[in-house]
Design a protein around this ligand. Structure first.
Ligand code: ATP
Ligand code: MG
Length: 212
């Protein structure tokens, strides 16, 4: 499927998955993934750019190849990070449950999967396809994100069983009020995006005249 995926040597892998549109990837994504990797002792984190994101307006999103390449550029210097084309090579809307099922197949179930999300995404969890099955099959790492309060999570999850709610792990990360929307807006306005995203991604954006 993807030659970039970590190989197993028959042991159980602790794998973090970070899904997103990554239009573009930025330091908020990277810091979140790195802090989660260390705190939850993950063997690898796989970034999965969404092909057709079910929650976003496809007309306003950049070409999947640009998003994939920027994500790849952003992770080259981290030996624990990789990128999967699974969702962008699939011409269907990308649902997390389908991706999670596919990962269990690829690794013959020898996997502990941790889906890493920001606070905004986890607060929407009850709108995700088959979310109860999702919570049964993998853990969620819910990272703090400025502007979103994880204290609302209890209300959102409502009366789900404690076994399910305990599979959502909260992760406090250094405040990063960065979003892809903020970066796109700054590029359109001719403002600097230095240090908001890796330099290689910044150069890629200018070279390909994205977001102008
Ligand atoms: P956009 O502004 O286009 O929505 P975004 O910055 O929210 O972009 P996404 O690709 O939508 O980025 O997000 C992918 C995942 O990364 C989501 O789970 C989101 O909550 C999380 N995330 C994004 N930015 C941050 C951040 N600054 N801190 C923590 N988590 C983040
Ligand atoms: Mg977002």
């Amino acid at each position: 499927m993807s030659f970039l995926l970590p190989k197993t040597r028959n042991e159980i892998l602790n794998l973090g998955i970070m899904g997103g549109t990554f239009d573009p990837i930025h330091m908020g994504h990277l810091v979140t993934a790195e802090v989660a990797r260390q705190q939850f002792k993950l063997d690898h984190v796989i970034f999965i750019p969404a092909g057709i994101p079910p929650h976003k307006d496809i007309k306003t999103i950049n070409n999947a190849e640009h998003r994939y390449l920027m994500t790849l550029l952003a992770v080259v210097d981290n030996p624990y990070f990789t990128v999967s084309r699974l969702e962008i090579d699939n011409n269907q809307p990308s649902y997390t449950i389908d991706t999670v099922r596919r990962f269990y197949e690829i690794y013959n179930g020898k996997l502990n999967l941790y889906f890493i999300t920001g606070a905004d995404a986890i607060l929407d969890i009850t709108t995700w396809k088959d979310y109860k099955e999702l919570l049964n099959t993998c853990c969620f790492i819910a990272a703090s994100r400025p502007g979103y309060s994880l204290s609302k999570l209890k209300d959102v999850l409502g009366p789900l069983s404690p076994e399910i709610t305990k599979k959502i792990k909260l992760l406090e990360i250094p405040a990063m009020a960065i979003s892809s929307t903020f970066i796109r807006r700054r590029v359109a306005e001719g403002k600097t995006i230095k240090y908001l995203t890796p330099e290689s991604v910044e150069q890629y954006i200018y070279k390909n005249r994205l977001y102008v």
